[in-house]
Design a binder for this molecule. Structure first.
Ligand code: PGA
Length: 268
């Protein structure tokens, strides 16, 4: 894992945006894995700003979101389709027909929908760069603790902690969904690069478990220890429980020197 600690959430977003821009500039048909939640909002704002400044285009991008609520209409303002539309899609030149979310409506078979989503990702050539947040309980996507580390796209029941964490987003008269379709952990692990962002003190324990805990289904994000190209971008608050804080900062300085000497090192 490459662990990079920034002073604040804005710097995390600006640097995450550089990774995304680098991918979409370099690849003819880039495939981006997208996430919803509070954490990536700043990243999307930065990408929109870069797009408006004429520094990047999403015209050739295909995107796959991590998750979507089960049986939700895409027009519902609480759907993750609506979230993506409001925070990114409507502001840039991405083609709607090339943006995918793992949906499953009332009359659809979740197993078939999951398989079809996996197939679509394969047909697109696989995900080049997957954006991730992390839940306070260590989840990635909606792969809650105890999710199989080899799981594929399927329906998950959300934990009470996730429901409580997300309840702030729902008005009193809105029904909060308790199940969601999510890419599986094995699906996420097939992305060529992973870019996980975590900000704020509320994520500090999950970040510590992810980086220095055992690889365990109890902290699904810990599987990223097994990923060849996992980049973890943290603000100081999210990194506050890491013992080797100084080492990560020093290693980052050394990596920057290598980057200056040999160019930005990645292979999308
Ligand atoms: P958050 O969610 O960005 O809203 O904290 C992250 C996640 O649950 O993956």
């Amino acid at each position: 894992m490459q662990i990079i600690i920034y002073d604040n959430a804005q710097q995390v977003a600006v640097n995450a945006a550089k990774w995304v821009q680098s991918l979409i500039k370099e690849k003819a048909t880039p495939v981006l894995g997208l996430a919803t939640g509070n954490t990536p909002i700043r990243l999307y704002q930065e990408l929109v700003a870069q797009y408006q400044a004429g520094n990047c285009s999403f015209a050739n991008v295909t995107s796959f979101n991590l998750d979507e609520y089960h049986k939700i209409n895409e027009k519902n303002p609480q759907s993750y389709r609506s979230f993506m539309q409001e925070n990114l899609f409507k502001h840039v030149d991405i083609e709607k027909a090339k943006t995918f979310l793992p949906t499953c409506q009332q009359d659809q078979n979740p197993r078939e929908q999951g398989l079809a989503y996996e197939e679509k990702i394969k047909q697109a050539g696989g995900i080049d760069l997957q954006i991730l947040g992390i839940g306070a309980n260590g989840h990635i996507g909606f792969n809650e603790p105890t999710s199989s580390l080899t799981s594929r796209t399927r329906i998950k029941t959300l934990t009470q902690q996730t429901l409580t964490d997300n309840s702030r987003l729902f008005a009193d008269d809105e029904v909060q969904p308790t199940t969601a379709m999510t890419m599986g952990i094995a699906t996420i692990m097939e992305a060529r690069y992973i870019l996980l962002m975590a900000t704020g003190k509320g994520k500090a324990q999950a970040v510590k478990d992810m980086i220095t805990g055992s690889v365990s289904a109890n902290c699904p994000a810990s599987i990223l220890q097994m990923h060849e190209n996992a980049v973890i971008l943290l603000d100081k608050a999210a990194a506050s429980m890491l013992d080797d804080h100084n080492y990560y900062q020093w290693a980052d300085q050394q990596n920057r020197k290598l980057n200056q000497e040999f160019g930005f090192y990645h292979n999308f």
